[in-house]
Design a protein around this ligand. Structure first.
Ligand code: SAH
Length: 233
């Protein structure tokens, strides 16, 4: 990797998601009633993203022989239902140990076969291996444009079939909302939140031999996420 997020910034993100950020996002990504209106809306928006990915993945009738990498897995909102669908193997990683521990706990509680799931505390930069499908949802909010594009190239390297990513898209309206604090009230409280130009993300994937299959913008108040599926050419 040639371009990396600044060390200090990454350390802040790690600290946040092992501390107050863990509490906050663990509640948002659950069915807990202990959420405010903003958090409830983020939950609704995020669920749309996860549901779309699960629907897209199920179009492949060979899911049971496919390997998956859930990069920046959070509490396993995607991987747990994916494991229930019978994915052959899932490699889950997150920069936050608290997140990875919670994913393992939820997988165990759901009665899943933990032998098919590999849990790693790791940042995206240090991910290695090859997988049929690489998925990275709502993690790029922590990556500036250039670093996100480098990361797309890295993730393309790890995938031999499909890459699915989602990120907060840059639009003038979102930029305005962000500047007046109406958007991303969560991450921006303690970590910076970046919106990304879709054209740069698509171009980075193209340069790595991947092309767009489809894309969708998922929204709810306080949640904007562009979901893109790429396939290897
Ligand atoms: N993909 C999950 C979680 C999204 S929340 C989902 O959609 O449900 C963002 C997650 O990214 C957090 O769990 C955070 O710890 C993780 N993260 C942030 N920066 C990261 C990095 N550089 N490498 C790996 N994970 C990171």
């Amino acid at each position: 990797m040639t371009t990396q997020i600044e060390k200090n910034e990454k350390a802040e993100v790690t600290k946040y998601f092992n501390g107050t950020g863990f509490d906050r996002w663990n509640r948002i990504y659950s069915e807990s009633n202990d959420v405010n209106k903003v958090q409830k809306n983020i939950r609704i928006g995020h669920k749309k993203t996860v549901d779309d990915v699960l629907n897209w993945l199920q179009e492949d009738k060979n899911i049971k022989v496919k390997s998956f990498c859930d990069a920046g897995c959070g509490v396993g909102s995607l991987s747990i239902p994916l494991a229930k669908l019978g994915a052959k193997s899932i490699y889950l990683s997150d920069i936050s140990e608290a997140m990875v521990d919670e994913t393992r706990r939820r997988a165990n509680e759901a009665g899943l076969d933990l032998n098919k799931m590999s849990f790693q505390v790791s940042d995206l930069e240090n991910l290695k291996g090859t997988f049929n499908v690489v998925i990275c949802l709502d993690v790029f909010i922590h990556y500036p444009q250039r670093e996100a594009e480098e990361m797309v190239k890295h993730l393309c390297h790890l995938s031999d079939e499909r890459l699915i990513v989602s990120f907060a898209p840059y639009t003038p309206l979102l930029a305005l909302l962000k500047s007046i604090g109406q958007l991303f009230p969560g991450p921006s409280k303690t970590t910076r939140a970046y919106t990304l130009k879709e054209s740069g993300i698509v171009e980075a994937a193209k340069q790595s031999g991947f092309k767009v299959v489809r894309s969708k913008l998922n929204q709810a108040p306080f949640y904007f996420s562009k979901l893109i599926e790429f396939t290897k050419c």
